[in-house]
Design a binder for this molecule. Structure first.
Ligand code: ZN
Length: 196
């Protein structure tokens, strides 16, 4: 049998013969042929000569209200692009992206409605937010006080910025920067994920 162990198969697909493998979980055997009994990925244990079909975990599709952790990868026109790593505490194993725009800061932040988006988020920032819309794009809400930037780096020297007397300050070069901060700013990622 020459197939990738991660090949996706459907129910009833012939996979191998009894001479090659023993039928394991997620398979059945008929007339010497091993068939898949569920949708999943083929997994082969060559030592035990066992062939299994491992169930696919359902793809986690973000919906409005889901909590996310991601990082800002860049800007395009009026939006910041975000690569999402965690959805509701689950680490994503596939690429998933969202956008942050002016509408992400809501009516509770009128002072954030003007000026450059870069006063609120910047490249490489780690953000904690909530999916507000999945129509066309995944728009991320950062308006609540727990939402916003949780880790930021100095635009001048790259050091992690620290909160010093309410100001986001670089401990190396003393640069001050503005962000829409989360109340969880500088919390360890593990603790933050536990909250999400
Ligand atoms: Zn600096």
């Amino acid at each position: 049998m020459r197939e990738s162990p991660s090949r996706l198969v459907l129910v009833g697909e012939p996979l191998a013969t009894l001479e090659e493998f023993f039928p394991g979980d997620g398979t059945f055997e008929k007339d010497g042929v091993i068939y898949s009994s569920r949708i999943g990925r083929v997994s082969v244990d060559r030592n035990r000569r066992m062939l299994e079909v491992v169930e696919l975990k359902p793809l986690l599709v973000p919906k409005p209200g889901f909590k996310i952790i991601g990082s800002v990868t860049g800007f395009s026109s009026h939006y910041a692009n975000v690569r999402i790593f965690y959805v509701n505490g689950n680490r994503l194993s596939y690429e998933y992206t969202g956008l942050v725009g002016r509408e992400s800061f809501g009516r509770s932040y009128p002072r954030f409605r003007t000026g450059s988006l870069r006063n609120y988020v910047r490249e490489n920032d780690l953000i904690y937010g909530e999916v507000m819309s999945t129509v066309n794009v995944n728009l991320i809400d950062l308006s609540a006080k727990e939402y916003g930037v949780v880790k930021a780096y100095c635009g001048n020297c790259g050091s992690p910025l620290v909160l010093f007397k309410k100001y986001l300050t670089c401990p190396s070069c003393r640069t001050r920067e503005n962000r829409k901060l989360s109340v969880f700013y500088n919390e360890q990622i593990e603790r933050l994920v536990a909250r999400v």
